[in-house]
Design a protein around this ligand. Structure first.
Ligand code: BTN
Length: 335
């Protein structure tokens, strides 16, 4: 309903102003009412409504309002005020539970959803990983989202978007203080354990992309007991790496801001800058690897990625093989 949407926007604006000031500073009621064009009473009512939603906002007479803490949710109210994007995440479809955000985003895009709309879920009951695998998605701990993109690209260039997302993801994790690296093609690791994955899906005709769904799962607050036995030795979370809880809305906003920056640069200037940054963030290049594709297993040294994002592997026999899709296992160096 329009009235609710309007109230929500005003609450987002109030949160935006308060979080800009930080948790140490007060914003006067007068300043808020003049910025928003609302009466002091209307501002007070919005603050009361935010408090009912779990925000701790302190009010001190003659000083104003101070945002003490925000609830750890991923609704527009928490994320949008923290975004520094023009499109990405500004329309946010938040769900308590979905089978898969990628599936939901695909259907929304088929029904006309716009570039930049994002679907986020607190939990996925059938989260999809690459190559038919499951993405373990317990409730309330992590970040599972799918961005709807409508880039003006020929379909054969769409896989480059996965590398754009991997670069943004590794940078956002590094900004948060973790030692993140990219394992080809699109897994992000911290100290050798997988923390995030990307699943890109495409709808296109021969000459033109209709839309691309970039689906990302990031383990933010999972602890060892949240991983199934078979993942316990190979998976991690940002919280495990940092030794403290992660504020999910803050991470989501920082990641989407990064993602849009890289996307803009890529669409303006092409793949070169992304490729260079991907190489700098890679833990795969220079390693001896075993690559499993649908058709074969290949051993060799990961030498480079080519201008379209394919992995170039130098075999022991000296040939250079180009791998478009597969799983990489990093082996110990050759002697
Ligand atoms: C991988 O196998 O590494 C890719 C994992 C991608 C998981 C994310 S979680 C959000 C989005 N929705 C899905 O069903 N999958 C992706």
């Amino acid at each position: 309903m329009a009235a609710n949407a309007n109230e929500q926007t005003q609450e987002e604006l109030i949160l935006g102003f308060l979080s800009e000031r930080g948790s140490d500073d007060y914003t006067s009621g007068e300043a808020l009412s003049s910025k928003l064009g609302l009466s002091r009473t209307a501002v007070w009512k919005h603050v009361e409504s935010l408090r009912a939603k779990g925000y701790r906002i302190e009010a001190v007479s003659a000083r104003g309002y101070r945002l003490v803490s925000v609830p750890d949710r991923l609704t527009a109210l928490e994320v949008v005020p923290l975004l520094d994007t023009h499109d990405l995440g500004r329309t946010l479809h938040h769900h308590a539970s979905l089978p898969s955000t990628n599936e939901k985003a695909f259907r929304l895009a088929q029904d006309g959803a716009e570039h930049g709309e994002v679907v986020v879920a607190e939990q996925q009951t059938a989260g999809k990983g690459r190559r038919g695998r499951v993405w373990v998605s317990p409730p309330g701990l992590n970040l599972y989202f799918s961005a709807i993109l409508r880039p003006a690209l020929p379909p054969q260039r769409a896989p480059e978007l996965t590398l754009v997302a991997a670069v943004a993801l590794a940078e956002a994790l590094r900004d948060a203080g973790a030692n993140a690296a990219i394992k080809w093609p699109n897994d992000v690791h911290i100290d050798g354990r997988k923390v995030a994955g990307i699943l890109t899906e495409l709808s296109a005709e021969p000459e033109r992309v209709h839309f691309v769904i970039v689906g990302v799962g990031v383990n933010l607050n999972s602890q060892a007991e949240h991983f199934p036995d078979e993942l316990r030795d190979t998976a991690t979370s940002l919280s495990l790496a940092l030794g403290k809880p992660v504020q999910r809305a803050q991470f989501a906003a920082a990641l989407w801001t990064r993602l849009e920056e890289w996307l803009d640069l890529y669409l303006e200037t092409g793949f070169d800058a992304v490729r260079a940054r991907w190489k700098a963030l890679s833990s795969t290049l220079g390693q001896d690897v075993l690559v499993r594709t649908d058709r074969q297993e290949l051993r060799g040294r990961a030498e480079d990625i080519d201008p379209s994002g394919a992995l170039l592997v130098r075999t022991a026999e000296g040939s250079l093989e180009r791998v478009l899709a597969g799983d990489v296992e990093q082996l110990r160096p050759r002697r």
